[in-house]
Design a protein around this ligand. Sequence first.
Ligand SMILES: [Zn+2]
Length: 185
Amino acid sequence: MKPRFKMPTPMKITGRTSTLTHAFITSIIPHIEPTEDQIIESLEILGMSLSDIRCAYCWDKPTEWDHLLPLVENKFPTGYISEIHNLVPACGKCNQSKGNKYWKKWILSDAPLSPKSKKVSGIEGIISRLDKYEEWGSVTRINLEELVGQELWNNHWNNREKLFELMAESQILADKIKQIISKNH
Ligand SMILES: [Zn+2]
C-alpha cells in the first residue's frame, strides 16, 4: 500500500561528499565547446541527426550530454575531460544509474535502470556505435597531476579533506543542536 503521507528526508551536512568531489574535479578540467560540424559528426556516429537526438544508451528522450568515460574513479580524476569526443546525449535516468561506471560494463549489468535491466532492444547495436564513438578522434586523457605539479595538486586535494573534516564536525554539532531543540520546544 502506498503511504498517503511522506515526510521530507532531512538533508545531512555529510550527505553530499560525492557532489563535492565532482566539483573539485570539474572545477579544474578543461571544458571544450564543440563546433557545429563536430556535433553533427558525433550524432552521425551514434546513428542520430540534429532533428532526432536520442539517449545513446537506451534510445529514450535525452535531457543532457553525459561523459561516456567517467571523470571520477576512486574519488580522484581519471584525466578524461569535458569535450565532445567524451560526451554523448543521455536521459537523466541512464546518467544517474551509470554514475562513474565504465559504460559497457554498466549497459550489460543488472544495475537498476541499466539498459539490460530495462530490456532495451538492440543493445548490440548500441554497444557497437558507442565502441565507434570511443575510437572517434580517441578520447583525450590528461595526466593532470604531472601537468599541475605535486604541490598545487596536493593543496587542492588537502582542501577537499579539510572540507570533509569540517562537514563531519558540523554534522556532529548539528545532531547535538537538534537533540536540544527537539527536547525543549
Ligand atoms: Zn537513457
